[in-house]
Design a binder for this molecule. Structure first.
Ligand code: ATP
Length: 240
């Protein structure tokens, strides 16, 4: 049991003083029970012990930081492709959600920290609903997806299956950046062509039809004024 697997790994990343002794390779942390799970912009990620998967992976990338802009989307591709191989077809919702049956099956949270040598550490968190009880849906206040078939799998095996593709994707991403993932992400996009709103802190700041992502992982929106590219930042996407 822990508060947040992402927070735990962030606290262990090398800082200037202990760079020699701190971790140098990938580290995985899995929680059976997470009591203070995090989403973006201070939002919470809720999970139910035994019915959810919560893990984080710390991975070292070459800098600079802007090369990591599309990382949450590439992680979504890795998860979605693995789930498809387990007979659980899912769609991706920009920028960081895995959707099934119109509701969130998994959330991805990427938090980064610069290393003293110019590399960038990313802590990649994933929370996945396997067999969420009704109380979890009530606590979230929105529909929550489930994957009963995955809930029956041995959870260590499930994490290992997700991680083996994730590791391959992260190594590829470090070499190439996001461009090779653009078409893979677009093929998995759930709301292609749908009328959507972009919300910043609850306020609609942009409207249009979702037209996929570009090579920088920005969401392309077709608007009456033409095509615009939206940077993820802290904005949220909703069906209009
Ligand atoms: P949104 O989904 O609202 O567009 P987002 O993708 O930015 O926003 P995150 O910050 O990534 O959301 O995740 C936190 C949000 O996810 C919470 O505000 C809550 O609405 C939702 N949430 C929290 N726990 C769960 C869960 N177990 N299953 C599905 N959704 C959840």
């Amino acid at each position: 049991e822990t508060g947040s697997t992402n927070a735990d790994l962030l606290a262990r990343l090398p800082s200037g003083a202990d760079a020699g002794t701190a971790m140098s390779g990938p580290v995985l942390r899995i929680a059976e029970r997470q009591t203070a799970g995090r989403g973006r912009a201070g939002r919470s990620w809720l999970s139910a012990p035994g019915a959810s998967l919560t893990f984080s992976l710390a991975w070292r990338f070459r800098g600079p930081l802007h090369r990591l802009a599309g990382l949450p989307l590439a992680v979504g591709v890795a998860l979605a492709e693995t789930l498809a191989g387990l007979n659980v077809p899912v769609q991706l919702k920009w920028p960081n959600d895995v959707m099934k049956d119109g509701a969130k099956l998994a959330g991805i949270l990427v938090e980064t920290q610069a290393a003293p040598d110019g590399a960038i550490w990313a802590v990649i968190g994933c929370g996945m609903n396997l067999a969420p009880p009704d109380e979890l849906e009530a606590a979230v206040g929105r529909a929550v997806a489930s994957a009963p078939w995955l809930a029956q799998m041995d959870r260590n095996t499930l994490v290992a299956t997700l991680l083996s593709r994730l590791a391959a994707v992260l190594a590829e991403f470090d070499d190439t950046g996001f461009p090779p993932f653009t078409e893979r992400w677009n093929a998995l996009q759930g709301w292609r062509g749908a009328a959507v709103n972009i919300l910043d802190n609850g306020t609609v700041i942009q409207q249009g039809r979702a037209a996929g992502v570009d090579d920088a992982g920005r969401l392309l929106l077709d608007t009456p004024a033409g095509r615009v590219a939206v940077l993820s930042g802290d904005v949220s996407l909703r069906l209009a």
